[in-house]
Design a protein around this ligand. Structure first.
Ligand SMILES: Nc1ncnc2c1ncn2[C@@H]1O[C@H](COP(=O)(O)OP(=O)(O)OP(=O)(O)O)[C@@H](O)[C@H]1O
Ligand SMILES: [Mg+2]
Length: 501
């Protein structure tokens, strides 16, 4: 049965066409993947369905009946539920309050809010999703991003007192989840499908889509190019449908040998989360960081960049010990830092692309040390934007107007601006489409050929195995192993992360 049918959907933002006659048909009881490059129009289509963006033209039908979705309440009443690409949580409220946000809280004698009742109800919703490790009374701000995502999912899925859900729409739900959390989510999705709900699923992780989806629809430049059954389809075809050409498969090869000189040396690094971490990276080398979520990879990068305040131990750049207490001084010392959570700390959404790219490099752009050279700033942004294939109307476009993947490219452009000697990259390709991902990998090869050193933390095991020269495996805040990637397979690496090797 056709649950949702969209035809001829158009939407322009200030003359730029985000949707150009897009069509999509979703059946009850199927997972339908919505695919396309960064900026193809996926999130815009979803925002139209959610009543957040008003389309210029188009027809939306639910079970064959044309519907008007003018507000988020309309969408909710039609039985639509959303997990948007940008996580919007209320950090100072509890988990339970976030789950029941905008709904009637349980009350005692119809008067006082029944906090125990609220927490119990929240715990019930969470455990219905197989999530038992999150306390409902905990402040949202204290949760990992992965756990915040699970709470958002619980909030969207907990149905008490609302129209029964018929269609779940998830825009890159796994982008911030660990492998384990993703598996949990997939189990939930499969259960919803078995109960007859439709699911629209957006992800740039092709393996995940091939595993989970029944059918997929590909958008290119705002138009639908194809809808296919996933069974019998191979990844290469999907990539071709998305980017309109075939892609050099896999990963770009190394271009130059690794130098002898050590670019970054870290000795006995300890913080509340890290215990005596030591490693070194040579010029031209890519050192991978692997581990389960929260094992210390991110924490080590953040500690070196001075993102979380003080630490014990020594950090040396090109043989000289340096003191770094905040990211600004890291940049000044030739150390670039790409944080994992671009929305929360990576970007100033209301500022322009150029402004964001130059943010930590303002000193270089000051003319006579006084006025900011706006032209140089814009030129730099255009040049770097080209390198990462940024899709934008120009360097002055506001970051908030960019698609999610293009925002990620702005953070990456900033990391390579200002000619850093060492790059600390935490999940640099998360949310980035397959084509752009290949471009970022190619760029990393070029940078290392120029003698830059790269630390690459990633939850994507193939990316680590193919791009890194050596991998530091973290477990419980300690270095559990350091392995060369020559001859290393993914299964061995996964076992090392779990501590079962
Ligand atoms: N509020 C806005 N103002 C101006 N342009 C916008 C706005 N929202 C989206 N766009 C533009 O519409 C196009 C489609 O964006 P959309 O977010 O739908 O892409 P997407 O397919 O979700 O990409 P990604 O995979 O990167 O998330 C992009 O070029 C984007 O810059
Ligand atoms: Mg998007």
């Amino acid at each position: 049965m056709t649950l949702l049918s969209i035809r001829g959907l158009d939407k322009s933002f200030a003359g730029a066409r985000a949707l150009a006659g897009a069509a999509l048909e979703v059946r009850a009881g199927e997972v339908h993947a919505l695919m396309g490059e960064n900026g193809a129009g996926k999130s815009t289509l979803i925002k139209v369905l959610a009543g957040v963006v008003k389309p210029d033209a188009g027809v939306i039908e639910m079970a064959g009946i044309p519907v008007a979705i003018a507000t988020p309440a309309d969408a909710l009443n039609l039985g639509l539920r959303f997990i948007h690409q940008e996580l919007s949580v209320v950090p100072h409220l509890s988990v339970a309050e976030n789950i029941f946000l905008g709904r009637d809280y349980p009350r005692r004698w119809g008067l006082m809010i029944d906090w125990d009742g609220l927490n119990n109800a929240a715990a019930e919703v969470l455990s219905g999703l197989g999530v038992d490790h999150i306390r409902p009374g905990r402040k949202m701000a204290r949760l990992t991003v992965g756990d915040q995502m699970l709470v958002k999912i619980a909030a969207a899925f907990g149905d008490a007192g609302r129209t029964a859900a018929r269609l779940y729409v998830m825009d890159e739900p796994t982008a911030a989840l660990s492998a384990e959390e993703s598996r949990r989510l997939f189990a939930v999705i499969r259960r919803l499908r078995a109960e007859g709900a439709g699911i629209i699923y957006v992800s740039h992780r092709l393996d995940e889509v091939m595993e989970l989806a029944d059918r997929l629809t590909v958008l290119r430049d705002g138009a639908t190019v194809a809808t296919r059954e996933v069974a019998g389809l191979d990844k290469r075809e999907v990539i071709e449908l998305m980017i309109g050409r075939s892609l050099a498969e896999g990963y770009p090869p190394r271009l130059a040998a690794i130098a002898e000189d050590v670019a970054l040396k870290v000795e006995h690094l300890s913080t509340g989360m890290l215990d005596d971490v030591s490693f070194e990276v040579r010029k031209g080398e890519i050192l991978g960081f692997a581990g389960l979520e929260g094992a210390g990879q991110s924490e080590a990068i953040r500690a070196i960049a001075g993102a979380d305040g003080g630490h014990d131990g020594t950090v040396s750049l090109a043989g000289k010990p340096v003191k770094i207490h905040e990211p600004v001084s890291a940049w000044a010392k030739g150390l670039a830092f790409l944080p994992r959570e671009r929305q929360q700390e990576g970007l100033v959404a209301s500022a322009s692309i150029a402004g964001n790219v130059s943010l930590p490099h303002l000193d270089d752009l000051l003319r006579f040390g006084l006025v900011l050279d706006r032209r140089a700033e814009a030129e730099q942004a255009v040049e770097l934007g080209r390198k990462v294939k940024l899709k934008a109307s120009g360097p002055r476009q506001k970051v908030r107007e960019l698609s999610g993947g293009n925002q990620q490219k702005v953070v990456f452009a900033r990391a390579i601006a200002g000619d850093p000697q060492v790059l600390l990259l935490d999940e640099p390709t998360r949310g980035v489409d397959v084509g752009a991902r290949y471009d970022i990998h190619t760029l990393l090869r070029q940078l290392t050929a120029e003698g830059k050193a790269v630390v690459l933390a990633s939850s994507d095991l193939p990316e680590l195995v193919y791009m890194a020269d050596r991998i530091v495996v973290f477990r419980g805040g300690k270095v559990a192993a350091t392995v060369a990637t020559a001859g290393l397979d993914q299964a061995t690496l996964a076992a090392l992360c779990f501590g079962s090797a």
